[in-house]
Design a protein around this ligand. Structure first.
Ligand code: CUV
Ligand code: SF4
Length: 630
């Protein structure tokens, strides 16, 4: 085995620079140039003090003009913007969850989509009080899916999955009117509250932002995760690789990008088909390589070990390799830039969802009934495009690292059971993990999540923070583009135990795990909620008492703000490296960084300096340990 060494951000950047040289040859644009064109950014926008929700405006708040035309002050404007931002994210994650519910509803023994984890389906049915005895598994799937779909619009009651939280958390939600009702209602209500002439009181706006966030985390996202597991299997540890070097020059390269696993699962299925591989050979390739970008990549990496070509800001790079026959996208975080960029190369840019339609793309509409034939068509299109490559433009940076991924909550609980000899019941027990934490072998855990962002040096904060935390015996659970940053660096290679403190290193050896555990996509942050809730219940603590924090050092999307709201809303202090356009209001800053503690026992910290951000997380973890006397 070759010597293990982490890949640095400098190495990522050198690879990108080389790809941009190719881009220059063909006149390609790239985000690196567009960032320059957009700099400096609008100050009013950055501070969140611009309001354009009615046409008396737009109004922007300055010293000279402290109120908008309607009389709204800066706190109301920043608050409304914050709530709208959250609603956008909650809607997006939750609508993804809804699509998955529909896919589950369409599943059939002889259909494109089948139930791969019937046990999980039965467990959820029981949890929801649905009769399972003697029922055909597909009848049950329909019933559970329909019940899930009702969670979006039911007129009464709150989200079913809230019951998974410790009682203490549920009480806080009830008491403070934060328990999310129907998911769509929370999104609509947020848009209603932030309409011209409705709420302008920051407390009310932040409370609703938390409730809308919670409807995502414990509602839409949680259903998205659970039903994806039911359909495609609950992830188990599996080997894969990450970074652009996973693309294979001699093969047809299909890159999947977006978020909904329904598409990528099918593409992977057909790329493996001997008939398709034979066809690829006929067309002059040696085989077919599917790799991924963003969360759809995380989904198929977790379940199939499909390699991860990169994260968010690498999406243009896959095309710039000149070796990408097709980039196939579903929804969310897809650069419209991919259309014009693909035109500079032979790459086919294939959009598949009516929700994400883009100029300069080929639209092959994907749905549950025709998924098989459409996936086949897409794979075939990619294969037939192989011959159109321009060999002089082909360059795949030879950077990649091995990664062990697939750490669902179930898999983590099982893996950690290797550390001690406690009995495991059907679902396993968190006792060994708790023992590691109580004894101080592990100081705590950090949930590292979120995007990368040109506002900061991409991937640097993710990687530097993880290195610092693991060196301090803090285990990392990661998802989204943060997880991919870790994988690209090599932090998901089991050999990365050598960069850890002695305690974490021992746990890694005993449990045979890497120090950074890949929990999946962004909707899979719901797995983190379940893990934290289970740990708290097993320990008899509030979630907020656990030495666990969340961190999104480079986040960029509305979804990330929704996530932030549900993570603090669940009692987990959250550390951000990018300000959510809120710094223009002292009252909003105070509420978000302190005031929310009164309702949910957690708040945000925003810190742009990576060192300070890491120190603050470690201090918070140690503070929680001290409070517990451990
Ligand atoms: Ni949501 S983490 S860019 S793709 S939201 Fe998209 Fe997963 Fe950020 Fe990455
Ligand atoms: Fe201006 Fe008020 Fe209209 Fe906003 S709602 S644009 S602050 S007048």
């Amino acid at each position: 085995m070759s010597e293990f060494k982490l890949t640095t951000v400098e190495e990522f950047e050198a690879a990108t620079a080389r790809l941009l040289e190719t881009g220059a040859k063909v006149g390609a644009d790239a985000w690196q140039f567009r960032v320059k064109n957009q700099t400096p950014h609008c100050k009013f926008g950055e501070e969140g003090v611009c309001c354009r929700i009615c046409t008396m405006g737009p109004c922007r708040i300055t010293k000279k003009a402290p109120r908008g035309i309607c009389g709204c002050d800066v706190h109301g404007i920043v608050g409304r913007n914050y709530l709208k931002f959250t609603a956008g994210g909650s809607a997006t994650h939750s609508d993804h969850g809804r699509e998955i519910c529909h896919t589950l509803y369409e599943s059939a023994a002889d259909g494109c989509y089948k139930v791969k984890d019937p046990d999980k389906l039965i467990r959820i049915a029981k949890e929801w009080g649905i009769e399972t005895e003697g029922k055909d598994i597909y009848d049950l799937a329909h019933e559970v899916a329909e019940t899930g779909l009702m969670e979006y619009g039911k007129p009464f009651g709150t989200q079913r999955f809230l019951k998974r939280a410790p009682e203490s958390q549920q009480e806080l939600w009830e008491k403070n009117e934060l328990a999310p009702r129907a998911i769509d209602r929370e999104v609509s209500c947020s848009l209603h509250m932030s309409h011209m002439g409705c709420s302008s009181k920051p407390e009310a706006l932040v409370k609703q932002a938390i409730r809308a966030g919670l409807s995502d985390g414990w509602g839409g996202s949680m259903m998205g995760t659970e039903f994806s597991d039911v359909l495609f299997g609950t992830p188990k540890p599996i080997e894969t690789e990450a970074n652009l070097g996973v693309m294979v020059e001699d093969n047809v390269n299909i890159v999947v990008h977006g978020h909904d696993p329904s598409l990528s699962e099918m593409i992977c299925e057909f790329a493996d088909d001997p008939e398709m591989i034979a066809y690829a050979k006929e067309q002059g390739a040696k085989g077919i390589t599917v790799s991924g970008v963003c969360c759809t990549s995380n989904e198929v990496a977790m379940r199939r070990g499909i390699p991860m070509a990169g994260n968010f800001l690498q999406q243009e790079n896959v095309v710039l390799t000149g070796a990408c026959e097709a980039i196939v996208v579903d929804v969310q975080c897809i650069f419209p830039a991919l259309g014009p960029l693909s035109k500079c190369f032979h790459t086919k840019f294939i959009t598949t969802s009516p929700i994400a339609q883009m100029p300069d793309s080929e639209f092959i509409r994907f749905d549950a009934h025709t998924a098989g034939e459409k996936a086949k068509l897409i794979v075939r299109t990619a294969i037939e495009n192989f011959k159109n490559r321009k060999p002089e433009l082909v360059h795949i940076p030879q950077l990649k690292q091995k990664a062990t991924v697939g750490y669902s909550t179930e898999a983590i609980v099982k893996a950690l059971d290797g550390v001690t000899n406690s009995q495991v019941d059907e679902l396993g027990t968190t006792k060994p993990l708790l023992e590691c934490i109580t004894s101080g072998v592990l100081r705590g855990a950090v949930a590292m999540v979120g995007c990368n962002n040109p506002r900061v040096r991409p991937d640097l904060a993710h990687i530097e923070l993880m290195k610092k935390l693991v060196a301090n015996d803090i285990i990392i659970i990661a998802s989204g583009c943060s997880a991919q940053a870790a994988a690209k660096a090599g932090l998901m290679d089991k050999r990365a135990k050598d960069v850890c403190g002695a305690g974490l290193k021992r746990v890694c050896e005993l449990a045979d795990i890497p120090p950074v555990l890949h929990m999946g996509s962004c909707v899979d942050i719901s797995r983190m909620l379940v893990l934290a809730a289970t740990l708290a219940k097993d320990a008899g603590l509030h979630i907020s008492q656990l030495p666990v924090v969340g961190c999104a050092p480079e986040w960029m999307s509305e979804k990330a703000v929704s996530i932030g709201n549900y993570v603090i809303g669940s009692g987990i202090d959250t550390f951000l490296g990018v300000d959510p356009y809120a710094c223009g209001s002292s009252e909003m800053v105070e509420i978000l960084t302190n005031g929310t503690k009164e309702w949910v026992e957690a708040a945000f910290t925003v810190e742009k300096d990576i060192e300070k951000l890491g120190d603050a997380m470690i201090a918070k973890i140690e503070e929680k340990r001290a409070a517990l006397g451990i």
